[in-house]
Design a binder for this molecule. Structure first.
Ligand code: SF4
Length: 265
């Protein structure tokens, strides 16, 4: 699709300044805000002069979900420091989020050692088995997330309104719906779609990968982010989340959003 005239694109970018990073409507006509934030993320990813542009984009997306959570979630939450039931379950994340977490962990020997041990267990365990044989997240330290500010989107958007339900699901292994604030699902979906559309616009893959093994690979070399951005398949051996292996139900929405933003960048 043809790019819009430079003056129109400049005007859009100027107007975006008042929208980007702000809470956006979760229903109704929110296309302008969704497109502005997607454009912003795509432009971060397309700035080839910045080595850590993937992790910078993830940091922006994580801040944006926090801003929206603060804006929309008003119900009392059961989540507390020291409660870590959900940190024993299977976690997957996009590679920019993995790089952002790896950036925070670099140089922390104890955490790195826990990542190597957890990765060795996780990579030989089928995804569904993780719901039975728990692998404790290696970032967890003394029942608290040791990299709270760099944790992935999924960790930010798992908020519980019932400790009893969490205990039944995560401790007793009962299959029942998670109880969370009603706005959380929509917010998480919007963020995932925006981030994926930005990655698509930048010509980068956007599947979610198993967290511990992907972190191990990201930490194996100092320049892993640059190598991945240059197209090296360094995560080829890491398992993609089963939900993402076939055509994800989000694909159409991601393609539609990327198609709408593409002429504007
Ligand atoms: S990254 Fe932090 S919040 Fe997410 S599962 Fe690991 S310890 Fe829990």
């Amino acid at each position: 699709m043809e790019r819009l005239d430079i003056t129109i694109r400049r005007k859009l970018l100027y107007d975006d300044q008042h929208i980007v990073g702000q809470p956006f409507a979760l229903s109704g006509d929110n296309a302008r805000a969704i497109q502005a934030n997607t454009r912003h993320m795509a432009l971060i990813l397309m700035d080839n002069a910045v080595k850590n542009r993937a992790s910078d984009m993830a940091a922006f997306a994580e801040k944006l979900i926090d801003t929206n959570l603060q804006h929309y979630v008003t119900e009392p939450l059961a989540c507390r420091r020291g409660c870590s039931h959900c940190c024993t379950t299977y976690v997957s994340a996009s590679l920019p989020e993995i790089f952002n977490l790896a950036r925070a962990v670099r140089g922390k020997g104890m955490t790195h050692a826990r990542i190597i041990a957890a990765s060795a267990r996780a990579k030989v365990m089928p995804q569904l088995q993780r719901e039975v044989d728990r692998v404790i997240c290696p970032i967890l330290d003394n029942h608290a997330c040791s990299e709270y500010l760099a944790r992935p989107l999924v960790c930010r958007a798992v908020l519980s309104t019932s400790l009893a339900t969490c205990e039944r699901i995560f401790v007793k292994g009962l299959a029942e719906p998670f109880t969370s604030p009603p706005s959380m699902g929509a917010m998480r979906s919007f963020l995932i779609i925006m981030m994926r559309a930005a990655l698509k616009l930048a010509g980068l893959p956007y599947r979610n990968y198993e967290l511990t093994h992907a972190l191990h690979v990201a930490l194996a070399s100092k320049d892993s982010e640059e190598r991945w951005l240059a197209g090296e398949p360094i995560f080829a051996d890491v398992a993609i989340d089963k939900m993402d292996q076939d055509t994800s139900p989000l694909t159409k929405l991601v393609d539609g959003l990327a198609g709408a933003v593409q002429p504007t960048i």
